[in-house]
Design a binder for this molecule. Structure first.
Ligand SMILES: C[S@@+](CC[C@H](N)C(=O)[O-])C[C@H]1O[C@@H](n2cnc3c(N)ncnc32)[C@H](O)[C@@H]1O
Length: 270
């Protein structure tokens, strides 16, 4: 495990703030997990009262992660994954999906939440042939992430960069685009970019998000699908492009597939 500042256990536990809701913990709550606190459940319930679709969105985003990683590890043949904004371990985490297809896959997780750090051990259950590692770092500092990740990933070979539900936490749009560009520039040709974010396409979601941001939690900016599309500039989008996540290559068994306000896509670096 590669750390920015601390190790899991008591030290990390000391940094856990249970007075304001946290993105990773609320997301865990909406996905049906147990790793959350009262403050997260209260904020999560308030959000859901205003925007009842949020829990459906959280679960749809996990199903999308499973389908995209399956594609990238399977058909696209990628063996290295850099998953920034990992979240709390839940079902079918990136390494489990990727290593089911390719046991030799190498996965580096990155998050800046102390509770995610504390639970990181659960993410480090690699196959013997592969690798999983965890970096305690902030997406605002992509160079630090790239440097630490290069201890486990070979950046002369294709890597799948995953930014799943995290870019909304970078409040300034130009900064978010610059961070994405820095990360994408470090990848060799044949690499993949896998992403989703919640969008500003529903009024109740916008209202619920405002209430959440007012709790003192790290805010999350809802952007338009057009703004999200700029994160893919210069890359080759694979079919069906940037769409509402449930519409991204649904499994035949997924029918009926309904649109939600979380959009993403998969793109290849030429
Ligand atoms: C909405 S959750 C998504 C979790 C997971 N990627 C998924 O799709 O289920 C966003 C995650 O990004 C992390 N995060 C937010 N801001 C971050 C930052 N500046 N640097 C690193 N991680 C961050 C949060 O701690 C949280 O785990």
């Amino acid at each position: 495990m590669t750390h920015g500042s601390s190790t899991p256990g008591r030290q990390a536990l000391g940094k856990i703030d249970t007075t304001v809701p946290h993105s990773a913990r609320i997301w865990n709550y909406w996905m049906g997990g147990k790793d959350n606190y009262e403050v997260d459940r209260v904020a999560g319930d308030q959000y859901r009262e205003v925007a009842p679709t949020i829990a459906v969105m959280a679960r749809a985003s996990r199903a999308y992660l499973i389908r995209t990683v399956t594609h990238v590890a399977g058909e696209a043949g990628i063996r290295q994954f850099l998953d920034i904004g990992t979240g709390l371990p839940t079902y079918d985490n990136t390494h489990q999906v990727a290593q089911r297809i390719a046991p030799e896959a190498r996965i580096v997780y990155v998050d800046n939440d102390p509770l995610v750090l504390r639970h990181a051990q659960a993410l480090l259950t690699s196959t013997p042939e592969g690798v999983t590692d965890y970096i305690d770092a902030d997406l605002h500092d992509p160079d630090k992430i790239l440097q630490a990740a290069s201890e486990k990933l070979d950046f002369s070979r294709p890597v799948a960069l995953m930014l799943m539900g995290i870019l909304g936490h970078i409040q300034d749009y130009d900064e978010a685009r610059a961070i994405v560009r820095t990360l994408q520039e470090a990848l060799p040709s044949g690499s993949y970019f896998v992403h989703y974010d919640s969008t500003d396409t529903d009024q109740s979601l916008k209202q619920a998000q405002q209430g959440y941001d007012d709790t003192g939690a790290v805010p999350y900016v809802l952007r338009s699908p057009e703004q999200l599309a700029r994160f893919y500039d210069g890359l080759e989008l694979i079919e069906p492009g940037i769409v509402s996540c449930p519409l991204w290559r649904p499994e035949p068994a997924d029918a009926p597939v309904e649109k939600t306000d979380v959009y993403g896509g998969v793109a290849r670096k030429r």
